[in-house]
Design a protein around this ligand. Structure first.
Ligand code: SF4
Length: 243
């Protein structure tokens, strides 16, 4: 019986290491990992961790691009490690580094406090004064057209890749960031929500929506098809009273 052709190869994986709390210098650890056509960057990191160096710091959970935990710089671009196959990259050494614009906890693990604070600040839930709906007495129906206005933004998994790609995040430590601004649009565009005025007020400050200069890099890296740059532009229309 003819054998099944194998795509097995060896990939050099370079992992950036650092531990700011311990004050150590930054360095890179290199590993040679067996990979197949379907091997993801996360699989390779875990192989390096399991068989090379247990101390490699990496955060992950679902392994199916849903939890948003394994964002990192892969060959210089923000990507989800579980959603990036090594065979899709350019070939050669695969270099993984912690996401930019986030504080490093250790190795590939970064702190999400700023992102979650920003997300929480914009009140990420339906604000409604219709008490019978909140009590579950009746449905609050929408047409497919009304759903279409915000549904792509509801797919955000809070992975932070957009914030990592954003040039304004790099220069303004208090900027709200594309993730939370896109979520403001998600609720403003939802016909069930009545919190538009209070949300627009929250982002109308010197570190809010007007700091976005439409570089568009956030939308290029989103693994879930969200277009934060477009959401922010549409939101500016609401701010200026055009919508
Ligand atoms: S908008 Fe996209 S890239 Fe940004 S946090 Fe949400 S899922 Fe991640």
């Amino acid at each position: 019986m003819a054998g099944v052709p194998s795509s097995k190869t060896t990939t050099r994986l370079k992992i950036k290491r650092s531990n700011p709390a311990a004050g150590g210098a930054e360095s890179y650890s290199e590993f040679d990992v067996d990979t197949e056509a379907w091997t993801t960057v996360l699989d390779a990191i875990l192989a390096a961790k399991n068989y090379g160096d247990h101390s490699v710091g990496v955060r992950y959970s679902c392994r199916q691009a849903t939890c948003g935990s394994c964002g990192m710089m892969i060959n210089g671009k923000p990507r989800l490690a579980c959603f990036t196959k090594i065979s899709e990259l350019d070939g050669g050494t695969v270099t993984v580094e912690p996401m930019k614009n986030f504080p490093i906890v250790r190795d590939l693990v970064v702190g999400f406090d700023r992102l979650f604070r920003s997300h929480h600040r914009i009140k990420p839930y339906i604000i409604s004064d219709e008490a019978d709906i909140e009590e579950g007495v009746r449905e609050n129906r929408q047409t497919p057209e009304e759903l279409e206005k915000y549904i792509q933004f509801a797919g955000c998994i809070k992975c932070g890749l957009c914030n990592s790609a954003c040039p304004t995040m790099a220069t303004d430590s208090q900027f709200a960031g594309p993730q939370s601004l896109a979520q403001v649009y998600r609720y403003v565009a939802d016909t069930r929500d009545k919190g538009k005025d209070e949300r627009l007020k929250i982002i109308d400050d010197s570190h809010g929506i007007w700091r976005c200069h439409y570089a568009g890099s956030c939308s290029k890296v989103c693994p879930k098809g969200v277009d934060p740059a477009m959401g922010i532009q549409l939101l500016k229309g609401h701010m200026l009273g055009f919508r």
